[in-house]
Design a protein around this ligand. Structure first.
Ligand code: UGA
Length: 428
């Protein structure tokens, strides 16, 4: 087993998880970030991201002397054998990925990378970026590898340690083998392919998941219209191993920092390549439509009068288990409701009431009771299990209306029924 000197540039959730997990596998990892306050906090083991197991792994890495944090990539790369770029690639103009952070770091380190070092792109980057990075580097002695990540927020450490597969793409064999060797102890199939294909795997996987969700949300609508129950339909479909049970839960539409960004970016790439990927466009349109369908359910819950209606929102995060609000469907729905004149008070177990500027659309409070107080209707937007366990008789007593819209199908309809509340779910 070989251990390597690794540098991770960018300690966001992907970078920090990658660094802490690689350190726990025995590698020596130096993390570089331009945010001085973040580096200072991490040196003391303070992790600001809500990610199970991550704080413990960072503490272990620091204690073992295998994890270090420095300000700026320049200070980190001098002795690196492998450098991971874990930088943000946000949605830029017209939906294409914005690569300016990646380009800036390459400009900064290109003269400093030691000969024989391997540069790895881990961020989701457009197909062809490894080739572009090779060109920008202009160094025949530094190879470029694409090693996309498949971490889900809320289970990132577990996903890293127990992935379904590892994808390593490079046109330089020995560089790909070194990156694959970093993961030797993880012990799962490694797909060794060319760099462009590895970059495409990431988009293909995320957009396929988005398509699966748009399909199930559209199917949920049809179930409602034809008198079927989406939960039963999904279970019946999911036992077919070619389909699988996961990613078949309907909701207010998919969101988060990855699926929306990646679907738009792939659509842009296909347009640029002269291909009309209508299936992908429909996937995005169906997702937009899902938010409108949720608004219509809420309208029905307040007898058609959204203007002036007081609504209690349960959940703001884009999914349960995270405090991440980026591209959250809950915020998109809230925005539409606000545009129609509704007054919104929201509670999310992971989003503190003190968070200012979350959104101009909602007032955030610190418990569910306050959110539903005086509400004409309540809308569940994130599938936090604690919403199911609320004292719904007590909630009913605080509400002025009698309807709860459950966009995640997490509530127990019988229990709410006993509290004299009716539930409008999705696809049932
Ligand atoms: C997603 C992918 O699942 C990861 O494999 C990938 O590594 C990651 O993006 C990334 O590119 O970094 P993540 O954004 O953390 O992970 O979130 P998901 O768990 O995929 O959820 C995405 C959205 O779909 C959420 O809004 C979630 O609530 C929704 N969803 C998911 C459903 O509505 N129903 C489901 O059955 C599953």
């Amino acid at each position: 087993m070989s251990f390597y000197r690794v540098v991770v540039v960018g300690v966001g959730y992907v970078g920090l998880t990658t660094a802490a997990c690689l350190a726990s596998l025995g590698h020596h990892v130096v993390c570089a970030d331009i945010d001085e306050a973040k580096v200072a906090a991490l040196r003391e083991g303070r992790v600001s991201i809500l990610e199970p197991g991550l704080t413990e792994l960072v503490a272990k890495g620091l204690a073992a002397g295998r994890l270090e944090f420095v300000v700026g990539a320049r200070a980190a790369v001098g002795e690196a054998e492998v450098v991971f770029l874990c930088l943000p690639t946000p949605m830029g103009a017209g939906g294409a990925a914005d690569l300016s952070a990646v380009e800036a770091v390459i400009a900064e380190v290109r003269g400093l990378l030691p000969p024989g070092c391997v540069l790895v792109t881990k961020s989701t980057v457009p197909v062809g970026t490894a080739a572009r990075v090779t060109e920008l580097l202009g160094r025949g002695d530094v190879a470029v590898v694409s090693n996309p990540e498949f971490l889900c927020e809320g289970s990132a450490v577990d996903d890293f340690m127990h992935p379904d597969r590892i994808v390593v793409g490079s046109d330089v064999q020995h560089a790909a083998e070194r990156v694959a060797a970093l993961y030797a102890r993880v012990g799962v199939p490694t797909v060794l392919i060319d760099a462009a294909s590895a970059e495409m795997v990431k988009y293909a996987a995320n957009t396929f998941l988005a398509m699966k969700l748009s399909y199930v949300n559209a199917m949920a609508e049809l179930c409602e219209r034809l008198g079927a129950d989406i939960a039963d339909v999904a279970e019946g479909m999911g036992f077919d191993h070619r389909i699988g049970q996961s990613f078949l839960r309907p909701g207010p539409g998919w969101g988060g920092s990855c699926l929306p960004k990646d679907t738009h970016a792939l659509l842009r790439m296909s347009e640029a390549a002269g291909f009309d990927f209508s299936l992908l466009r429909a996937t995005i349109e169906t997702n937009e439509g899902q938010r409108d369908r949720v608004v219509e359910k809420v309208r029905a819950a307040v007898d058609g009068r959204l203007d002036g209606a007081r609504l209690g929102l349960l959940g703001l995060a884009f999914k349960a288990g995270t405090d991440d609000l980026r591209d959250s469907p809950a915020l998109a729905v809230a925005h539409r409701l606000r545009e129609e004149g509704a007054e919104l008070v929201a509670f999310d177990p992971a989003v503190p009431a003190a968070v200012v500027g979350v959104t101009d659309d909602v007032a955030v409070v610190s418990d569910a009771g306050q959110a539903v107080k005086g509400a004409d209707a309540v809308v569940v937007l994130t599938e936090w299990p604690e919403f199911r366990k609320l004292d719904w008789a007590d909630m009913a007593g605080r509400m002025s209306g009698r309807v709860v819209v459950d966009t995640r199908n997490v509530l127990d309809q019988d229990i709410l029924g006993l509290a004299n509340l009716s539930v409008i779910g999705i696809g049932r």
